[in-house]
Design a protein around this ligand. Structure first.
Ligand code: SF4
Length: 409
């Protein structure tokens, strides 16, 4: 959909099909799978039944080979293989941090690259998922922001990240479905208990609300009860503040909201998150106050990156508290020590400064934990993602030129 204004999302090019002329079923809605089968020649009743079975195999079992779909008649499996695939992104590189964080560089069918990160914790495992190749928004603390936007990811490419993570973590149930109804197969069913991948954050490369339809499609699949079945309470969508899309995100997707706030004054936020020039702090906080489903049990997370001498003073902390109270926001603040990257224009606040900032917010009754940096050694930490095969965006080139000019003059 078109979003008005000067920083518009751009979808560039048509994404080729991963399986040549075959249709990739990953990313289609349930109805889409049924329609694809019917279009390929099945009658309505058969298409409905097969779609249900295939859906279960793809999203509950992680099966990619039609031959392994044992409750589908043997004779039908080659027919499916000729016409369809169950795709996965190609893994270009997989890295493991010494703190257990994993990062994958993935490639789409057209060779475009994007990253996903898995962060294991004692009580949860969080997959950080990308929504775009590159980003239009040029947040100054963010490595991805130095890339130009190449294109939006499709719903299939977004949900494909979750499927691939399940593959890599060995998290598909192992039970045997041969000859039986899936509901009889107790051995194959699992619950959230003991799973490694328990949470998803749309916080990888890109601004998810500039790719609304595909992100929505992907998350609906992730939440579907007969499949990945992740609760909306375990999914968080992070936005830099695309105000016009926030209400729709709440109503139509309904997941938790995180907002990249990072500053409390217009001057500083204009610099750190340039989208602020379009949708200012007041407008953004009003949209947060109106976010459907936000309440004290489901608070909005405000992400705040700690930048030395930029946004980390006591006055900044007090202003943050004042704003949260003024707009009566059910909020928690996530303080992120800045994760450096080559050429980054900022430094991280000192640990003492971060603690003092956090304490001031806690003292006002608002939770403000400091996020432990994860995966810094493999450039997997927050704000560090950037796929290699890119050139600087126009905005980035303009900025470099302006800085050179200023230095000369
Ligand atoms: S923080 Fe998010 S929205 Fe901002 S440049 Fe980075 S990827 Fe884009």
């Amino acid at each position: 959909m078109q979003i008005p204004g000067h920083i518009d999302p751009v979808t560039t090019g048509t994404v080729p099909l991963r399986g040549g002329n075959r249709v990739d079923l990953v990313g289609l809605t349930r109805e889409g799978v049924r329609a694809a089968l019917e279009e390929a020649g099945l009658d309505a009743k058969a298409a409905k039944l097969r779609a249900k079975q295939i859906w279960h195999w793809i999203y509950h079992r992680g099966v990619t080979d039609f031959d392994a779909m044992t409750d589908i008649a043997k004779a039908m499996r080659p027919w499916l293989t000729e016409r369809f695939i169950v795709g996965r992104p190609t893994v270009r590189e997989a890295q493991l941090s010494n703190d257990g964080t994993r990062k994958w560089l993935l490639a789409a069918a057209d060779g475009q690259e994007y990253e996903m990160v898995f962060i294991p914790d004692a009580d949860r495992g969080t997959l950080c998922v990308s929504s775009q190749v590159g980003c239009t928004l040029n947040c100054r603390f963010c490595h991805t922001g130095t890339m130009r936007l190449v294109r939006n990811l499709t719903a299939g490419e977004i949900v494909g990240q979750v499927l691939l993570a399940r593959d890599a973590l060995g998290e598909w149930p192992k039970g045997n479905m041969a000859g039986g109804d899936q509901d009889d197969d107790e051995a194959g069913h699992y619950t959230a208990d003991g799973r490694m991948l328990t949470n998803i954050v749309m916080m990888g490369m890109g601004e998810p609300l500039y790719n609304f339809d595909e992100v929505k499609g992907a998350l609906k699949i992730v939440m579907d009860g007969d499949g990945l079945a992740l609760s909306k309470r375990r999914i968080t969508l992070s936005t830099s503040g695309v105000v016009p899309m926030m209400a729709r995100a709440g109503e139509e997707i309904g997941v938790n909201l995180a907002v990249s706030l990072h500053a409390v004054s217009k001057e500083i936020r204009d610099e750190i998150v340039p989208l602020n020039r379009k949708y200012g702090i007041e407008e953004l906080l009003e949209a947060c106050a109106a976010y459907p489903g936000a309440n004290n049990a489901r608070r909005i997370t405000f992400e705040y990156v700690m930048l030395k001498d930029k946004n980390d003073s006591d006055a900044d902390a007090r202003e943050l508290v004042r704003l949260i109270k003024q707009y009566r926001l059910p909020a928690k603040v996530n303080l992120i020590p800045f994760n450096p990257w080559p050429g980054a224009p900022y430094e991280c606040s000192s640990p003492e400064r971060v603690r003092a900032f956090s304490n001031l917010i806690f003292e006002a009754g608002i939770s403000a934990p400091v996020r432990t940096p994860r995966g810094r050694d493999i450039m997997a930490a927050c704000g560090q993602l950037k796929s290699a095969a890119t050139r600087p965006s126009r905005a980035e080139l303009d900025r470099i030129a302006a800085e050179k000019q200023a230095a000369l003059g």
